[in-house]
Design a binder for this molecule. Structure first.
Ligand SMILES: [Fe+2]
Length: 326
């Protein structure tokens, strides 16, 4: 079954439910598209309870950095992006997801408990005209032990990725990571992982969306923690869904449209607003273009400080521009 890319993309921003899939994978297995591409691989029970217990509070902290409401992921929030209201009620030029108090009752109920955040490193970016260097994410107050445990989690899921049917994707991602300064890679004493960044979220039922900003040749690597039902990950284009739970590793083509079904209580009933189960998700990825970051944080800051307004963000482009001027 394939409804086609265009029709699947048209679903972006919509909430998905049981009507969007026929096949539900809940055991170790793989879904392949009609053209033979791997859509997702579920690997049951790959993470030890001991490791999960030590990372749980760290992931919770990383995933609680900001509310999804008021953020900038309007498609996955299912609200779209609007010009945000200022505190005084006037309309600002900044577009984003409306704050909780401005959402419809339905969106409020769904997003009230939803938060997200990042762990690891982020590439250069521009926000509201301000240039940010490659950097440690907002979760920069992490203790060395917290970094160590999260790196151990990353190493474990990377190993499952490496030994999987999409090993070629692992190779492409690991090769890209090997061309990146180790400063920006999640690493352990044994070496670096193919990841720069871990996006964490809490109790967020995403609407249909496509992930952006991760390496195209790579693959989505995920795990989740918590005691809940529902929140299955649906790929509506192929009418397939996957049920992954605490301890599992999910490998998925996150460049295909995907989103979650309703998050339910452990007994399968619908939670009251504000009483949603704590479902934590980690998405491990290599953020595109981080091989362009300078070798150290200091050098990266120098690069940004030397850069003049309007200059290219990347060295390669800066050189090309300079060559063009001659
Ligand atoms: Fe996603």
């Amino acid at each position: 079954m394939d409804m086609g890319e265009k029709e699947a993309l048209n679903l972006c921003g919509q909430l998905l439910d049981g009507r969007r899939y026929d096949l539900l994978v809940d055991k170790t297995g793989m879904v392949v598209t009609p053209t033979g591409e791997v859509l997702c691989i579920l690997l049951k029970q790959r993470l030890s309870p001991e490791l999960l217990e030590v990372v749980r509070p760290i992931i919770l902290k990383a995933a609680s950095q900001r509310k999804v409401a008021g953020g900038n992921r309007g498609v996955a929030a299912g609200t779209g992006m609007v010009q945000r209201k200022r505190r005084d009620g006037t309309i600002s030029k900044i577009r984003g997801v409306q704050r909780l108090e401005d959402l419809s009752d339905e969106d409020f109920a769904r997003l009230r408990s939803a938060t997200d955040g990042t762990f690891g490193f982020l590439g250069r970016s521009v926000r509201a005209g301000q240039v940010y260097p490659c950097r440690l994410t907002m979760y920069s107050g992490a203790l060395p032990s917290e970094l160590r445990f999260m790196s151990e989690l990353a190493r474990t899921v990377a190993e499952a990725f490496k030994m999987s049917y999409v090993q070629k994707r692992w190779e492409a991602q690991f090769a890209k990571a090997s061309q990146t300064a180790p400063t920006w890679l999640i690493r352990t004493a044994e070496g670096h992982t193919p990841f720069t960044t871990i996006t964490c979220n809490k109790s967020w039922r995403t609407a249909a969306h496509v992930d952006k900003g991760d390496l195209k040749e790579g693959f989505g690597v995920m795990c989740c923690l918590g005691d809940f039902e529902g929140c299955d990950l649906v790929f509506p284009r192929y009418r397939a869904a996957v049920r992954y739970r605490e301890g599992d590793v999910l490998l998925a083509n996150v460049h295909e449209v995907h989103g979650n079904t309703l998050l339910l209580k452990p007994d399968g009933t619908i939670p009251q607003v504000g009483r949603e189960p704590e479902r934590l998700v980690c998405v491990f990825y290599y953020q595109e273009k981080m091989d362009q970051c300078e070798r150290t944080i200091e050098k990266e800051h120098d690069f940004i400080n030397r850069r003049e307004r309007g200059d290219a963000m990347r060295k390669g482009k800066a050189k090309a521009k300079a060559a063009g001027k001659k």
